[in-house]
Structure formats: structure tokens, C-alpha cells
Design a protein around this ligand. Structure first.
Ligand code: C2E
Ligand code: CA
Ligand code: CA
Ligand code: CA
Length: 279
């Protein structure tokens, strides 16, 4: 399943391939999916060192009328290649903000933050700052509880303009987390200039943190680096209590992974956490 993410042809069946499915056809399929309301957001909890839920990450899925629930690894690369990540990314941001606004109105979840993944093409768009403003305004979501997840690789080009945009968004109260940290090649001097609040240790280092000493060193180093820059550090892909304990012993601030909960629809998240929805 891992390699499928890179293979964009995989999602489209042989019939479409035989018909020489063009990028335009793929883009059309995604646009139609947005119009038909086929995309949904699932939410995965984030847990602090005391074991309390502090919020969630929104992860998109495609509830395709023929193919059923499709993983983002099957269509995000495609959406990025065809440019449809722009309307799809805005749909994600707007829907996530509406969910965050709903949580903020429920005393049990009023303090929750919501992390939203942003693609390089979205951030590169000239209207990106305005689209964040618009989603916040439209939903009335609390800006300070919105967290945008960027990846290291998207910071490689056009650093100055990215920093300017990040500053403008930060000025709205929105926070930034650097996703998949350790897998890219960020220069440490750049890292210092970005208005980040959080580093996210990639799950590839978490998986063998108990057995591979070099992964343990990397995890420990990311925590120390994050803290020395005044950032919190969250680990993703935590699947066992032993991984959680090892990361907690390294002073990691927060955790996310199957051990605490899989990404689920919002109603299931409330039920799992025994949170009453307002009647
Ligand atoms: P990501 O942002 O690094 O998200 C973490 C992925 O790890 C998610 O896969 C999540 O379901 C999975 N995961 C969570 N806990 C565990 C665990 O304990 N073990 C393991 N092995 N995996 C875990 P998912 O939902 O399939 O998303 C894959 C990727 O698709 C995301 O990686 C992100 O890059 C992209 N993506 C998802 N939603 C969006 C979105 O709304 N916008 C954009 N631009 N990208 C998205
Ligand atoms: Ca993420
Ligand atoms: Ca990640
Ligand atoms: Ca990842």
C-alpha cells in the first residue's frame, strides 16, 4: 500500500488507463467529487503528556461513489499534479474550520485545536492568506485553535515569500506545525526564521524508536532542537504504550497515533471520547 501513494495511475482503473486518461480527466473527476460532496474529513486525536486530548488532525478521504472510501495517498498526489489541490485544499480548510467552530461551542471540546494539512501549491498561491481569513470568517472558528501543518520539503523554494505569508497568517492567531520533521533537509538557520509553534516527529522514526538506536537518537534530537527553539514537539504514528513511554521519557510534549485512536468521522470521535453533543 505504501508504494501506491506514489503511483498516481493506480487509482484509476484499467478502463480509464486504456482510454488514455489524461490529467484533465483526472482533474475533472476530483472537481466532480468536490461538487458531489464526496470528500469527507476524518479526525485523529492528539494527546498531551498527561494523557489529555488537546484536539485533532483533520485527514481527508474520498467517499467515491464507485470506489468507496479512498485514501488520500491515492488522490492527493494526483490533485497536486493537476492543480485540483487548490479547490480541494480550500474545501478541506473551510470544512475543518466549521468543525473547529462547532467544537469551540461545546464546553467539552472548547479548548481543542485542529491541525489541517496544507500542500505546497496552496501555500504558493497568491491568495492563500486571504483564503485562510475567509475560512475563519465564514466559520467563526477561533483562529488561535487552528494549526496549519506544513512539510519541510515545501519550504525549499521561495523561502522569503513563504515566511511573509506565514507571518501574515500567524498575525491572525493561527499556529504552524512542521510535519514529517526529520525526513527533509531543512537548514537549521531557516528553521529559526519560520514562525512555527510545533515540530512533528515523522512516524518513520517513531516506528522503531525502541529497537533502532539511531531512530531513538533522531527522536531525542528533534525534541531537544524543538525545545531549544521554543517549540512544542509532537510524535506521530504512536502505536504502542511502549513507544509512548519512550517518547515521553525524551520529553516529547504530545502524541498522535493508532494507540490513542485512528482517524474517524467526527461523530465517532465524540462517541469514543464519551463527549455529549449539544442537543
Ligand atoms: P500525514 O499528514 O503525515 O498524516 C499522517 C498519516 O499517518 C495519516 O494517513 C494517518 O492516518 C496515518 N497514521 C496515523 N496514526 C498512525 C499510526 O499509529 N501508525 C501508522 N502507520 N500510520 C498512522 P492518511 O490519513 O492516509 O494520510 C496520508 C497523507 O495524506 C497525510 O500524511 C498527508 O500528507 C496527506 N493528507 C491527508 N489529508 C490531507 C489534506 O486534507 N490535505 C493535504 N494537502 N494532504 C492531506
Ligand atoms: Ca499531517
Ligand atoms: Ca506526518
Ligand atoms: Ca507522513
Amino acid at each position: 500500500a505504501k508504494s501506491a501513494g506514489r503511483n498516481t495511475a493506480r487509482f484509476f482503473d484499467p478502463v480509464m488507463q486504456a482510454a488514455a486518461a489524461t490529467h484533465a480527466a483526472m482533474a475533472q473527476e476530483i472537481k466532480a467529487g468536490i461538487e458531489r460532496n464526496e470528500f469527507v474529513l476524518h479526525y485523529q486525536v492528539q494527546i498531551d503528556a498527561r494523557g489529555h486530548c488537546t484536539g485533532a488532525e483533520a485527514l481527508v478521504r474520498w467517499n467515491h461513489r464507485v470506489r468507496g472510501l479512498v485514501s488520500p495517498e491515492q488522490f492527493i498526489p494526483l490533485a497536486e499534479e493537476t492543480g485540483t489541490i487548490l479547490p480541494l485544499g480550500y474545501w478541506v480548510l473551510d470544512s475543518a474550520c466549521q468543525q473547529l467552530a462547532a467544537w469551540s461551542r461545546n464546553p467539552a471540546t472548547a479548548h481543542w485545536t485542529l491541525a489541517v494539512n496544507v500542500s505546497a501549491a496552496q501555500l504558493a498561491q497568491s491568495g492563500f492568506v486571504d483564503s485562510v481569513k475567509k475560512a475563519l470568517l465564514h466559520s467563526q472558528a477561533p483562529a488561535t485553535q487552528l494549526k496549519l501543518e506544513l512539510t519541510e520539503s515545501m519550504l525549499a523554494n521561495d523561502m522569503e515569500s513563504i515566511i511573509t505569508k506565514m507571518m501574515d497568517i500567524k498575525a491572525l492567531g493561527v499556529n504552524f506545525s512542521l510535519d514529517d520533521f526529520g525526513t527533509g533537509y531543512s537548514s537549521l538557520s531557516y528553521l529559526k526564521r519560520l514562525p512555527l509553534s510545533q515540530l512533528k516527529i515523522d512516524k518513520s522514526f517513531v516506528r522503531d524508536v525502541l529497537t533502532d538506536p539511531s531512530d531513538a537518537v533522531i527522536a531525542r534530537t528533534v525534541v531537544a532542537l524543538g525545545h531549544s527553539l521554543g517549540l512544542t514537539v509532537i510524535a506521530e504514528g504512536v502505536e504502542t504504550p511502549e513507544q509512548r513511554d519512550a517518547l515521553a521519557a525524551m520529553q516529547c510534549d504530545a502524541f498522535q497515533g493508532y494507540f490513542f485512536g485512528r482517524p474517524v468521522p467526527p461523530e465517532a470521535l465524540m462517541a469514543d471520547r464519551a463527549i455529549q453533543l449539544p442537543s
